[in-house]
Design a protein around this ligand. Sequence first.
Ligand code: BGC
Length: 972
Amino acid sequence: MTILQVTNLTCEYRTNPLGIDLNQPRLSWRIESDRRGTLQHSYKIQVSLTEGFENPLWDTGVIESDQSLHIEYDGPSLVSRTRYYYRIKVWDNFGRESNWCDISWWETALLDSSEWKASWITPNPEEIHPQAEPTFMLRKQFELKKQIESARIYATGVGLYELYLNGNKVGDELLAPGWTSYHKRIQYQTYDVTADLNINNNVIGVMLADGWYKGNLAWENKRHIYGEQRAVMLQLHVRYDDGTEDVITSDPTWKTSTGPILYSEIYHGETYDARLEQVGWSEENFDDKAWKGVVICQPPVTRIVAQENNPVRVTETIRPISSFVTPEGDRVIDFGQNMVGRIRFTVNAPEGTEIVLKHAEVLDKNGNIYFGNLRTAKQTVKYIAKGTGTEIYAPYFTFQGFRYAKVEGYPGQENGLPLENFVGEVIHSDMELTGEFETSNSMVNQLQQNIVWGQRGNFVDVPTDCPQRDERLGWTGDAQVFIRTALFNYHGGQFFTKWVRDLKADQLPDGGVPFVIPQVVDGASSAAWGDAAVICPWNVYLNYGDERLLAEQYDSMKAWVEYIRVQGENEYLWNTGFHFGDWLGLDGKEDSYYGATPNDLVATAFYAYSTRLLRDSAAVLSKAEDVQAYGELLENIIQEFKNEFVTKNGRLAVSTQTAHVVALMFDLVEGKVRERIAHDLNELVLDHDYHLTTGFVGTPYLCFVLSITGYHETAVKLLLQKTYPSWLYSVTKGATTIWEHWDGIKPDGSFWSDDMNSYNHYAYGAIGDWMYRVLAGLDMDEAKPAYKRIRIQPKFGGKELTFIRASHYSMYGKITSSWNLSNEEVTAELEIPANTTAQILLPNAKLEDVKESNKALVDMDSIIDIYQTEDGVSLEIGSGSYCFVYPNEKGIGLVYTPDTKVIDILADEKTAKVLVSYIPKIGSNTSILASLKKLKLGELVDQPLTNLSFEQMEEVIEKLNQFERETVALKQ
Ligand code: BGC
């Protein structure tokens, strides 16, 4: 029996979602097949109000199409608060028909805002001061008299809220309702509470804290950015077995009080006095006589939308690895991982004992805990025990970025801390993990882990810059540089949909884009930051084929490009205004945050890039006029870029690495000029002995452009570089996340300034994109987004990277690109999901030598096309698992020749010795070394500086190759 199955049904990226407020939600699925080369030939969808599908509401009939992503529901109008079951079957290109898949569903929430009957309520300001620090508790007791069939709560709040029903927390979401541009949009959450209700008395409770809405945000001690009053709005809909309904809403009959949470702030932590707990406050029979009244308040926002993003949750718990006393005498607990979340602890302590946890990321060079880089963020959690036995606590409305915590007041801590009583709870937007990347190099593996941890810690409802200091803001530049890597690692469809909608909501009337989204910091429209308006929706489209989002954001994307166009006097050059430039570039002035690449070069390059993506988006959306108009604009910008920044003879007028990187990456130069600029970029990297000098703008693309312009070996050397500045430098320093600064911790153990020194900043993690797409070669044909047509073309990394395996769970299913190289053989294990095809390059392979699952290629099942190219064997294949084996003619070792560069010989101690034994001056005279290091071995012959004869050069080469053969043999 053969298998053809429809699986992984999703509605708007979600499995069985409760709260969809769209009239035409989109359905997607995957196909599992045991036959290679499976494509969907046709599909049939049924949507029904009943699980039995007796009388489907919508039946597409058999639709001949290979589309399996984002099919819009197109049946009768949807009704609010209704569950719609759906099922799908497909036919494939072999004429097979699948069974109906397992049934999935989506449930509508409130499709029309007029269905909100509840009022926004807040404690009566005459009884509880609206600015009182303690978290408010609100409660409402009510009676239900009949058998309940189903019940839902729709709830939102300003500030952060947690919902309770009959004594238990409802749902596992944290930090609800999430952070949006509150003035324009706020999310509500939907909870299925059918099982939590009783016939007779019930109590809903709400805890309400300041959060992003009115707590301290940004570094200027700003408060109440969105409003001065916390408030909540919810309605409970109960449907009885007899078909009738009841609605309980937030209204003036609710009661309120303060409670044990005396203080709670995103940056500063929480203070919890357990003696003030009110046992049973969200249960019946609680005596709330002393509680105060609530009043109805003005709706704080204009638009309420159903939750768009994945909820923030605890996704993992981490046990501490040790506790110790620092030289300064602090008792510190170490979780072994720079993480974001909170500490939950258990304690038995006398009443009134104060336990304080102060969180930090690193220890200083003396081993003391370091709080300097937190700036004004206190990251302090205080718990006051009630003294009634075992007490367990974790803060509610705050999160910390930390690996270490200083502990004070824990009973008996002078004798050591009981580690089993502490656990780190990792908190972030709970996205599906979609990426795996592993190599034979443990440091590169650690780098990948650091990238993933950096993403987890900074994807807390919005893409933030850092999770520890007084920022944690949605910096647009950081988000755009990292998005492509991010979407490899995690499914970010929902996450970025929400965020780009906020970007659009906060975009300025002239098209300018604030520095941070949601906007809480003044200032707007820096190049490479504002471009997030274009780059982010485009990347969501590329990864998930989300045309609807592209269409929705199109005006915002266009407004950004048009904003740039009217800046300054020259329509095609952006040479005015404030820019962050190549932020944190190392080639800037001493102690400056700004790299040396001129702002107008960076700004014009990004202007071109955004215009190109806008043109391509217009093409996707069939906007022919715009394709034409923005195509012309792009040509003009490129021309102006050349006029301004490329010399007559074809060199770049600016000699920074970043300038070269953007010129190449954004295709601003072509032909011979491109070749020269690529060559010069390579030289610039060699000038720094295989080190980068780039900042936020150049770093993400540096390796990428080197690899695609013929300098892949240099890119690999940059990746594997261990000395400062480099990706692996921080790994040598024990980093478990990506740092903001290349020298966050300097080689001597001292720190870069307190001012701007996050140890959990994902921007430089953007190298992940190159690791997946170039090293492992797992990429897509952008003309067929979402990996409908996969491209697998690895570029091998030499003897340090003989094994690379990358997987990505695309919307179609799992893609794997796995390569194992020995000196004799290359083995590639590939997985291609059904309903896609893949174009594969087997690098350096010869057609006649390749075996697939032990068969010659010509006998292989499901080849669409196959041909020999200069680079190897190129194949077009269908879905399935494949194992290719072929001789590794190039081996894994280096081959030294007269073309080998001096610098590459000097990189290794052993080979350096050989050369120095022939040319001693190279070892002792640094200026001679500097003048010779970029030369080829052959160019050293008969030079006055070297006195190297041709025969000696040959001897050197022979010895070097001998060493290399020995090293490779050892590795086998
Ligand atoms: C943030 C960045 C951000 C930058 C803009 C910093 O404080 O942490 O990552 O992009 O400011 O200059």
